[in-house]
Design a protein. Structure first.
Length: 233
């Protein structure tokens, strides 16, 4: 959000602030992740491949530290404290991919690639249908299509920068799976993408419902496919 005004207005202070915030997020939101969805520790990853990263979301921000350092993880919309909320992983992937696009800093590209590898690993074991949380129990079955659409848009953003086909292929698998199973094209209905979930907790009107995030990022992903040269933000 701070980088685009800098581009439009040439305000260098905004770019510096964005950079400091981004570096704090890189250092404070991630943790190495060598487990698959089944919880098995798969050990060290091949040296040529980036380690898998999941992000810890949400977190509290330390107001006493300059520019809001990370105070610690808090319980939120995932299954449990310190679990792996899928839409949180998607926001992180998308955000770091955009930061990489605007700044061309390797730290953001590397972080986005690590998160992407973790998310792709998790989704490929679930037929590219995201659960609400990658660490949730097998029952009840709870999915969040909005996490998938945000992830797809982020992967396409990252693919356009790195030229890595694996990101494009994963994005296409997500889009095809969710479109065929969970999209309602009835023009009489307000939403297209069904089966979103605001959080894992069972609350009336917030689980298994359409979410505007899903529709927006579905359309953004399609736009990125049709017009890869156009920057959405």
């Amino acid at each position: 959000m701070l980088e685009e005004p800098w581009i439009e207005q040439g305000h260098e202070g905004l770019l510096l602030l964005a950079g400091k915030q981004g570096r704090a997020r890189v250092q404070g939101f991630q943790e190495p992740e060598n487990r698959g969805y089944d919880g098995i520790d798969r050990g060290a990853q091949p040296q040529e491949a980036p380690a898998l990263y999941q992000v810890v979301v949400p977190v509290s921000l330390d107001e006493q530290e300059a520019l809001g350092g990370v105070g610690g993880a808090v319980s939120g919309q995932g299954y449990a404290l310190g679990s792996s909320w899928s839409r949180g992983q998607a926001w992180a992937l998308y955000g770091f991919a955009l930061a990489s696009q605007y700044t061309t800093e390797a730290r953001y590209t590397d972080t986005a690639r690590r998160i992407a590898r973790y998310v792709i690993d998790e989704l490929s074991r679930r037929d590219f249908t995201p659960p609400v949380d990658y660490r949730q129990p097998d029952e009840p079955i709870r999915i969040d299509t909005s996490a998938g659409m945000i992830t797809a848009a982020g992967l396409l953003c990252l693919a356009s920068q790195t030229g890595e086909n694996s990101y494009y292929d994963a994005a296409m698998n997500i889009l095809k799976t969710l479109e065929s199973a969970y999209c309602d094209w009835d023009p009489g209905r307000d939403s297209i993408v069904q089966r979103g979930s605001a959080q894992y907790a069972d609350r009336p009107g917030e689980n298994d419902v359409p979410l505007i995030y899903a529709d927006y990022f579905f359309l953004e992903a399609i736009h990125r496919l049709l017009h890869p040269e156009f920057q959405v933000w």
